[in-house]
Design a protein around this ligand. Structure first.
Ligand code: APR
Length: 245
C-alpha cells in the first residue's frame, strides 16, 4: 500500500481554496486563524499508511490490541509492537502512552484509551475523550514530534456519536493550538475512515477552524495555481464520502 506523507495531506487552507471544504452553515465556534488552517489536515483512509511522526491508536486499557483501528495498527506494525505494549502495564481511560512503530511507516504510535460512550453520563465521556486528545498532543510535543494523525477515537466499538466526538476532537486541538503549545507541531491531521465520520468532520471542522475570507482575484489566481501544482495524488475528503485518488 502506498504511503502518504504529512506534506501530501491537504491542509484546511488548501481544502477551502479548492472548494473541497465549505464554510460552516452554523455559526463558527472559534475565530479565523490562517496559521491554524495551514497546520490542520484532514485525510480519509487507512491511518497505517501515513508516514507521519505519530499516529494515534484507539486502544483499550490492556494496550494488547483488539479490533478496529487497534487491530489494523498491530497487524501493520508486527508482533514487536504488542511485545513493547506488554511492558507498559496497560493504560487508564483518557490517558495515552507512546511506543515505537516497527513495520509501520510512521515513527511512533501513541496509544490512547477512549471512553466507552455513556449516554447516561455524556459529560463524563466527553471529559475522558477530551483528555485522550490533550494527552496525545502533549506526548507528541514532549517527544519532539512535529506531525500527528488522530484516528476518530471511540467512534467505533466504543460507540461515541460521530458528531459529538468530532466537536470534542476539534475543540481540544483548537484550544491546544491557541494555547501556544501547538507552535511546536507542524501538522495535526484528523483521519476519518467510515462515511459517518467523514460527514461529521466535513460539517464540524469548519465551525472550529473557519475559512479565512480570500479576495476574489486572489481566489481565482490561487485556485489556478493549485490546479497546476496539485498532483491529485492524495485521497479526496469530499462530503460525499467517496475517497477518490
Ligand atoms: N484507519 C483509520 N481509522 C480506522 C481504521 C483504519 N485502518 N480502522 C477503523 N478506523 C476508525 C473507525 O472507523 C472509527 O471511526 O477508527 C475509529 C475508532 O474505532 P475503533 O477502532 O472501533 O475504536 P474505538 O471505538 O475507540 O473502540 C476501541 O475497539 O478495536 C478495539 O482494542 C480496541 O477495545 C478497543 C476498542
Amino acid at each position: 500500500m502506498a504511503h502518504t506523507s504529512a506534506l501530501d495531506i491537504r491542509s484546511l487552507s488548501l481544502l477551502y481554496r479548492n472548494d473541497k471544504l465549505e464554510a460552516p452553515k452554523d455559526p463558527p465556534l472559534s475565530g479565523v486563524s490562517s496559521v491554524h488552517n495551514d497546520r490542520i489536515g484532514l485525510f480519509r483512509g487507512d491511518i497505517t499508511t501515513l508516514s507521519v511522526d505519530a499516529i494515534v491508536n484507539a486502544a483499550n486499557t490492556s494496550l494488547l490490541g483488539g479490533g478496529g483501528v487497534d487491530g489494523a495498527i498491530h497487524r501493520a506494525a508486527g508482533p514487536k509492537l504488542r511485545a513493547e505494549c506488554r511492558t507498559l502495564g496497560g493504560c487508564h481511560t483518557g490517558l495515552s502512552k507512546i511506543t515505537d512503530a516497527y513495520n509501520l511507516p510512521c515513527k511512533k504510535v501513541i496509544h490512547t484509551v477512549g471512553p466507552v460512550y455513556d449516554d447516561i453520563n455524556p459529560a463524563k465521556s466527553e471529559a475522558a475523550l477530551r483528555s485522550c486528545y490533550k494527552s496525545s498532543l502533549e506526548l507528541a510535543v514532549q517527544n519532539g514530534l512535529k506531525t500527528i494523525a488522530f484516528s476518530a477515537i471511540s467512534t467505533g466499538v466504543y460507540g461515541y456519536p460521530s458528531r459529538g466526538a468530532a466537536h470534542v476532537a476539534c475543540d481540544t486541538v483548537r484550544k491546544f493550538m491557541d494555547s501556544g503549545h501547538g507552535e511546536k507541531l507542524e501538522k495535526v491531521i484528523f483521519v476519518t475512515f467510515e462515511l459517518k465520520d467523514v460527514q461529521a468532520y466535513n460539517s464540524i471542522i469548519p465551525r472550529h477552524f473557519p475559512p479565512a475570507p480570500i479576495a476574489k482575484n486572489e481566489a481565482t489566481q490561487e485556485r489556478t495555481t493549485d490546479a497546476e501544482t496539485n498532483t491529485g495524488q492524495v485521497p479526496d475528503v469530499s462530503a460525499t464520502g467517496t475517497a477518490s485518488r
